[in-house]
Ligand binder design. Structure first.
Ligand code: S3P
Length: 425
């Protein structure tokens, strides 16, 4: 599906509720599958990625029943069962990397496959530490398909060069079913949803700074509720910041401090942003975000904040194009390993619509403030976040932008267009 986005004259206004957090939804179904009991999950993400995870836990013996649109019950078997077919992770790196940690300690063999994009993404980052624990995995030059010969593993003390929640979660999940204590340390703290949910479900887990250790534990079934996804909210927060005369409230957004780098950077850039109604559910912080249009200034984005806003960097590039002065993003090399090479693809497409952006090895530099000319047909490279970032750029472009294959937004945010329509006045 190609779509054409036009300039918005009168601003974005109103209150919206953003769909459930993708990262937390993946974890909720995977961890429920390990409890041997019944879990009710409230507000589960129905994006294609989380459906891939849900399909896989069914193949591993879980019974899944939707009560209504986003609420479901999972009944887990006492022990996961041997899958009779390959497990398809679709486009989802989180599914493949996290489930590998679970499968590596089972007493059966399983094979994980993914779509064309996922089959090109690096899996060495999980294969290496799992192998250090004694895991046996066949791979295609450290890429999917992965054939995992489950067995008993040994604990490790692993110092990762990469700050990655997917790698950390994979190793914690392997450690959860391994006698002894497994420790994972990363250079900067990545999102800690796994640690919080494992603790909530009764695991023996301890986090100190960038280091987390886990002991073999039995998870208790407990109902889980999932907040709105700050990474999806980011497109609306950004749009309201740069579309003139906007004032919106995004309700029930996850505000876990390991995910709120986008809010910190926006505040540093001068955004008019307010957090309301803060509360905690299932150990996760939640709140409403009010955002009004404002004048922005460029910022330097590097080092420890990168993992806290890694998925928001494409939309931050659009924001930076409307900020006065230079925005420099560095230490974000791993952006090249996402659903697309998010550095080179972003630079190529934003250049087409008139944004002054330069590619660097580990990020990009944007000179603002630019008047986005639009009047172009752009690609999203099968990448949902590039598609939505280009859409937001279209809202302020002088002439319309046509985005090819926009249906890739369904990976994380099938409701994107209908919510956008709701706040256009
Ligand atoms: C995720 C972690 C991040 C992020 C991805 C989701 C997760 O990846 O980019 O969209 O749910 O753990 P990395 O761990 O590879 O940085």
């Amino acid at each position: 599906m190609n779509i054409t986005v036009k300039n918005i004259k009168n601003g974005l206004k109103g209150t919206i509720t953003i769909p459930p957090d993708k990262s937390i939804s993946h974890r909720a179904v995977m961890f429920s599958a390990l409890t041997g009991g019944k879990t009710k999950i409230t507000n589960f993400s129905k994006g294609a990625d989380c459906i891939s995870t849900l399909n896989i836990i069914q193949q591993l013996g879980c019974d899944v029943k939707f009560i209504d649109e986003n609420n479901l019950i999972i009944i887990a078997p006492n022990k996961l069962i041997t899958p009779t077919q390959v497990l398809n992770c679709g486009n989802s790196g989180t599914t493949m990397r996290l489930i590998s940690g679970i499968l590596a300690t089972q007493n059966f063999e399983s094979t994980l496959i993914g779509d064309a994009s996922l089959s090109k993404r690096p899996m060495k980052r999980i294969i290496e530490p799992l192998e250090l624990m004694g895991a046996q995995i066949c791979h295609n030059d450290y890429r999917a398909p992965l054939k995992i010969f489950g067995k008993k593993l040994q604990p490790i003390n692993y110092k990762s060069k990469l700050a990655s929640a997917q790698v950390k979660s994979c190793i914690l999940l392997a450690g959860l079913n391994t006698k002894g204590e497994t420790t994972f340390e990363e250079p900067f703290k990545s999102r800690n949803h796994s640690e919080l949910m494992l603790e909530y479900l009764g695991a023996e887990i301890l986090s100190i700074g960038n280091k987390v250790s886990i002991k073999k534990s039995i998870l208790q079934p407990k109902n889980l509720s999932i907040p709105g996804d700050i990474s999806s909210a980011a497109f609306f927060i950004a749009a309201a910041s740069i579309v003139p005369n906007s004032d919106i409230i995004v309700k029930n957004v996850g505000l876990n401090p390991t995910r709120t780098g986008i809010i910190d950077i926006l505040q540093k850039m001068g955004a008019n942003i307010e957090i309301l109604n803060k509360k905690i559910e299932c150990l996760e912080e939640i709140g409403d975000i009010r955002i009004k249009t404002s004048e922005l200034n460029g910022a330097e984005i590097k080092a420890e904040i990168i993992p806290r806003l890694i998925d928001e960097l494409p939309i931050i590039a659009v924001l930076a194009s409307q900020a006065n002065g230079k925005t420099i993003v560095k230490d974000a090399q791993d952006l090249r390993n996402k659903e697309s090479d998010r550095i080179s693809c972003l630079v190529k497409e934003l250049t087409k619509i008139g944004i002054n952006i330069t590619e660097t090895e580990d990020g990009f530099i944007i000179e603002g403030k630019t008047s986005i000319k639009g009047d172009a047909e752009v690609e999203c490279y099968h990448d949902h976040r590039l598609a939505m970032s280009l859409y937001v750029a279209g809202l302020i472009a002088k002439k319309p932008i046509t985005i090819k294959e926009f249906h890739w937004v369904d990976i994380s945010f099938p409701e994107f267009l209908s919510l956008m329509e709701k706040i256009k006045i």
